[in-house]
Design a protein around this ligand. Structure first.
Ligand SMILES: [Zn+2]
Length: 154
């Protein structure tokens, strides 16, 4: 089976000795801003963030679901393995804040679009997953859900 351009790019990135950011030149997920890669599993395709995939190949699988592939450089599209590391979600949030990629900050000042709020309320995903997708504190998303549920009942 022929190797895809994405697989080729990833394999080049893995063998690169460069200290510079290696920017993912392919599709980007609009919701997260991360590079979009997909793995072929027979007939099904499994979507995975490009940087997460590179982190797995370079550093092994994460310890658990709460571990995210984080960037030392703060560049969401960077897939340089030496810039990637496994961070637990709280460390990653702190990094994102430091790099200014986390929205809002401070109580009640985080802004979401109505569309995003609807998606959060209708989603069965865990707060952790939603927090990761929207770049927000999972505790804040929990608060938002409770607030809207209370509003719907009263
Ligand atoms: Zn980088």
């Amino acid at each position: 089976m022929a190797i895809s351009r994405r697989e080729q790019f990833i394999s080049d990135a893995l063998s690169s000795a460069s200290d510079d950011c290696i920017i993912w030149p392919f599709a980007v997920r609009k919701s997260s801003g991360y590079g979009a890669h997909s793995l072929s599993r027979q007939h099904a395709k499994k979507n995975i963030d490009a940087h997460r995939y590179v982190c797995i190949l370079a550093h092994g699988s994460p310890l658990d679901e709460a571990h995210q592939a984080a960037h030392r450089c703060g560049n969401k599209l960077c897939v340089n393995p030496s810039h990637l590391y496994w961070a637990d979600i709280l460390t990653n949030m702190a990094d994102a804040k430091a790099h200014g990629t986390l929205r809002g900050g401070g109580c009640g000042r985080q802004k979401l679009f109505d569309r995003e709020i609807a998606e959060i309320l209708n989603s069965g995903d865990s707060l952790l997953k939603l927090g990761k997708r929207f770049g927000m504190d999972p505790a804040y998303i929990g608060k938002l859900k409770r607030k809207h549920l209370a509003g719907a009942n009263g």
